[in-house]
Design a protein around this ligand. Structure first.
Ligand SMILES: NC(=O)c1ccc[n+]([C@@H]2O[C@H](COP(=O)([O-])OP(=O)(O)OC[C@H]3O[C@@H](n4cnc5c(N)ncnc54)[C@H](OP(=O)(O)O)[C@@H]3O)[C@@H](O)[C@H]2O)c1
Length: 274
């Protein structure tokens, strides 16, 4: 009998790497894929999909660039259909809170007839240390089109633990885990918390969405990324996601990690050392 394998799409990404490491630690066989893996997998090239789906029992799915983009729903529909035809039994998909497009893609999974889970996450705390916001932290000044709206940033170590629980514990199957941190803070408060832990000055300025889009356009970002950033900062960050969600407690039986703890361990890791 061949060993059951869990496919990790985006295995070098922020959550994919963590999910794969934890599954491997538990002795579960995995196949991590992305555009640079062998065999490779590209969301933009459906011909690359069948080769990674052979012999796969379950999959952890991170979509690129974001499930919020309008084409995500049809791409996820085509992928889910192919996965089902290839005999995959269980799909666990990372999604975003308050994103209309993401919720349409979730519906595809939930109506697929396969076993499913959705991990619907708030903004990642690790955007400050592994994502596009680290540069501002290292430069001592972060400027974003985000004002006084508080966001319950989630530690993605928690996301990975919830995803692994969903993949490995049958009693959690067919559920949405809406996950956030345990308290909502503004971007300015988040930056202040990081600055205090590092003992150096880091300022935060809210800027207009137009100024931000001009900046990313000048850095060469295309239409879709500009649309996505507009969507994330104006729609998703309008206060709809400020209430905290309970998914970490529901899946793991413990509270979500506080932003202060994320800051403490991240500062200790040295990634913010100037
Ligand atoms: N950041 C947030 O605050 C936030 C909040 C909620 C939800 N999310 C969701 O999180 C998901 C991203 O997950 P993540 O942050 O764990 O990933 P990530 O760090 O953005 O991961 C990038 C991974 O995806 C691969 N990749 C990039 N483009 C690809 C493509 N066209 N086809 C296949 N693989 C590709 C990369 O490898 P290669 O370069 O080798 O392809 C890498 O393995 C998105 O769907 C987003 O909606 C994010």
């Amino acid at each position: 009998m061949t060993q059951a394998t869990t496919l990790i799409i985006g295995h070098t990404g922020k959550t994919g790497a963590r999910v794969q490491a934890e599954l491997e630690k538990q002795g579960i066989h995995t196949l991590g894929v992305s555009r640079s893996s062998k065999p490779h997998f590209d969301w933009n090239d459906p011909e690359s999909w069948p080769q990674v789906l052979e012999g796969i029992e379950s999959a952890y799915i991170t979509f690129q660039p974001d499930l919020a983009v309008p084409r995500a729903e049809s791409t996820i529909r085509a992928f889910v259909k192919m996965a089902r035809e290839k005999g995959v039994k269980h799909l666990v998909m990372l999604s975003g809170r308050g994103e209309a497009g993401a919720q349409r893609a979730e519906q595809v999974l939930m109506k697929s007839g396969m076993t499913w889970n959705v991990v619907r996450a708030s903004w990642f705390a690790q955007n400050f240390s592994e994502g596009f916001m680290i540069e501002g932290i290292l430069n001592g000044h972060l400027a974003l089109p985000a004002g006084p709206v508080p966001e319950p940033f989630i530690d993605i170590d928690d996301i990975a633990e919830v995803a692994v629980a969903a993949l490995t514990r049958p009693e959690l199957h067919n559920r949405i885990f809406e996950v956030s941190g345990p308290r909502a803070i503004t971007f300015a408060e988040a930056v202040l918390s990081i600055a205090q832990a590092l003992g150096r000055e880091i300022s935060y300025s809210p800027i207009t969405i137009e100024a931000f889009l001009n900046e990313i356009r000048s850095l060469g970002e295309g239409e879709e990324m500009q649309w996505l950033m507009h969507e994330l900062f104006t729609e998703v960050l309008d206060g709809r996601n400020t209430p905290v969600a309970n998914g970490v407690q529901e899946a793991l039986g413990r509270p979500a990690t506080d932003f202060r703890e994320y800051v403490r361990k991240t500062a200790a890791s040295g990634v913010w050392d100037a």
